[in-house]
Design a binder for this molecule. Structure first.
Ligand code: HEC
Ligand code: HEC
Ligand code: HEC
Ligand code: HEC
Ligand code: HEC
Length: 397
């Protein structure tokens, strides 16, 4: 039975295996775009897309190590799996049992897998030639196909962009709607249906999305006038265009959190009602699992704090129902979704502290909750840092 199943899955993986198109040396890294697109390259360097490679993000790296350890699969095969979205220009898209055996025996040094994983061409993570070399997004594919498995690439040296009339001396250009009128489609290639190895979907921003503004309007900022390239292409001039910022500011950027949620307090007899409103078109927290909101409630008597409680709004993951805690990627089950729904609200009811004359509530965000930070032994302060969102206070009766 097992053998038949293996054959079937092998067959399926051949049918759906992604096309690999090599990127020529002239286009591989962002440095080769600097001469004409310096502003964009510098903005992108600050983004977390630029940190999506194993070597550049401690959380990602330790998650891969953890998955490899717990599933007893080689580190490289997990790297290939996660590359689907984190490093989609990788030249190998799946690994098989024969590779696992070679890896255990230490015979994989010169293998295609080893070369693909360690290739300089992917060391920048989600760089220019990821987004700007996408030629087709297969919306008709089933939901589980993401990243590299959902797209087709342009030939090396052809850049997809938002303009219908762009000309460049360095590369060909091509216009697509997903760079222009319908950019969410591009974002959902990866920011949707992120699932564990057991099929548990722990993030699906496409499902959550309530419409209204597009992702780029907030995470690439409003359109403004500037040149797209400094090269004087048009009668000795560069065209002034509508451009956006390539910093993709998000959860790792403190200033983005200020007022991302709003807060209202009300006393109802001996209870305090805390209403948290989310006006964004997706849940908060969203995106990656194990993110956390902290609601800090401080009771005062006069100006003195007499009691503080912290409520954690996060999702916890287990390998089997009710069993050991784990990270999202290995989960079979998750606790109740505690996020504040898109364009919605959540009301928390807490018992008022006796003898308090007023209460002060502050909301913070953390990138990783205590459980997962401990499991992975994350060292950088970034992961435990509290990002301030908003606060409110109320006199109590
Ligand atoms: C995560 C996807 C993504 C990555 C990575 C990315 N871009 Fe873009 N880029 C876009 C989108 C989307 C637009 C269209 C923005 C709009 O006009 O709404 C765009 C627009 C542009 C434009 C047109 C002018 C402008 O600023 O809007 C240029 C030129 C460009 N990108 C170059 C680059 C270069 C060079 C890099 C690498 C340093 C890069 N892009 C990385 C998604 C990306
Ligand atoms: C020698 C100069 C030069 C270099 C080097 C260069 N570009 Fe361009 N690029 C241009 C010019 C000029 C335009 C057109 C600008 C305009 O029409 O306003 C352009 C336009 C673009 C666009 C928008 C295309 C469209 O149709 O909307 C993208 C995307 C882009 N470049 C990406 C890149 C990437 C990625 C690299 C590096 C691999 C790169 N470019 C290197 C000069 C250059
Ligand atoms: C090829 C897959 C892919 C595409 C396409 C893509 N992203 Fe991402 N994005 C990622 C990954 C992976 C990360 C996390 C990288 C890391 O943290 O190491 C990320 C991170 C981000 C972040 C930072 C989140 C944080 O936690 O700070 C924002 C914001 C973001 N993406 C917005 C966008 C938008 C907007 C688009 C569409 C224009 C887009 N992305 C397209 C894969 C992608
Ligand atoms: C109206 C503005 C707005 C729009 C539109 C929007 N976002 Fe956000 N997004 C925010 C704010 C505000 C936050 C919280 C602060 C931060 O992380 O930037 C956020 C957070 C995020 C995060 C981090 C989530 C977390 O809790 O850790 C990701 C990833 C993200 N957005 C991706 C997207 C994608 C993909 C889209 C398109 C479907 C999108 N956003 C549309 C405003 C917006
Ligand atoms: C379906 C596409 C997809 C696949 C496959 C994928 N990721 Fe991600 N991953 C993302 C996106 C998109 C983000 C950014 C979401 C956010 O920041 O909220 C992300 C963010 C992360 C983060 C958070 C990084 C940070 O800096 O906060 C970790 C850790 C992570 N992924 C681990 C993994 C591991 C391990 C694998 C392979 C087992 C993997 N991912 C496979 C799409 C994917």
């Amino acid at each position: 039975m097992k053998q038949i199943f293996l054959l079937l899955t092998l067959g399926a993986s051949v049918l759906f295996s992604a096309d690999v198109v090599a990127v020529g040396d002239r286009y591989q890294d962002s440095a080769s775009c600097k001469a004409c697109h310096m502003r964009i390259v510098t903005e992108w360097e600050e983004s977390w897309h630029a940190k999506s490679h194993y070597n550049n993000d401690e959380y990602f790296q330790k998650s891969i190590d953890y998955v490899s350890r717990k599933t007893r699969k080689s580190l490289n095969s997990i790297k290939v799996e996660c590359a689907t979205c984190h490093n989609p220009r990788i030249s190998v898209t799946s690994t098989g049992m024969d590779y696992e055996i070679d890896a255990v025996m230490g015979l994989d040094k010169g293998s295609a897998v080893n070369r693909a994983v360690n290739n300089d061409a992917i060391s920048e993570g989600i760089n220019c030639v990821v987004c700007h070399n996408i030629d087709k997004i297969h919306a008709e594919y089933d939901d589980t196909k993401r990243g590299i498995n959902r797209v087709e690439w342009t030939p090396s040296g052809t850049m997809t962009g938002p303009f219908k009339d762009a000309k460049s001396p360095y590369h060909k250009t091509i216009h697509h709607e997903f760079m222009d009128k319908n950019p969410n489609q591009l974002c959902f290639v990866c920011h949707a249906n992120d699932r564990s190895k057991k099929g548990l979907v722990f993030s699906n921003m496409q499902d959550e999305y309530k419409g209204g503004k597009n992702c780029v309007e907030c995470h690439m900022g409003p359109k403004r006038k500037d040149v797209a390239a400094t090269y004087k292409m048009y009668d000795g001039k560069a065209k002034i265009r509508n451009v956006r910022n390539h910093g993709f500011a998000g959860a790792h950027v403190e200033s983005m959190w200020k007022d991302a949620l709003s807060l209202a307090l009300k006393q109802q007899k001996s209870n305090l009602m805390i209403t948290i409103k989310n006006s964004q078109p997706h849940n908060i927290p969203s995106g990656f699992g194990s993110r956390e909101l902290l609601v800090e409630v401080s009771y005062k008597s006069g100006s003195k704090i007499i009691d503080t409680q912290t409520i954690s709004l996060t999702t916890l993951y287990t390998r089997k129902k009710g069993e050991k805690p784990t990270i999202p990627h290995l989960a079979t089950a998750q606790s109740k979704d505690m996020s504040i729904p898109a364009a919605g609200k959540k009301v928390l009811k807490v018992k008022k502290f006796d003898g308090a004359s007023s209460v002060e509530v502050k909301i913070y965000y953390r990138l990783v909750n205590d459980e997962v930070r401990t499991l992975l032994d994350l060292k950088d302060n970034l992961w435990s840092k509290k990002y301030f969102i908003t606060e409110a206070s109320l006199k109590l009766k």
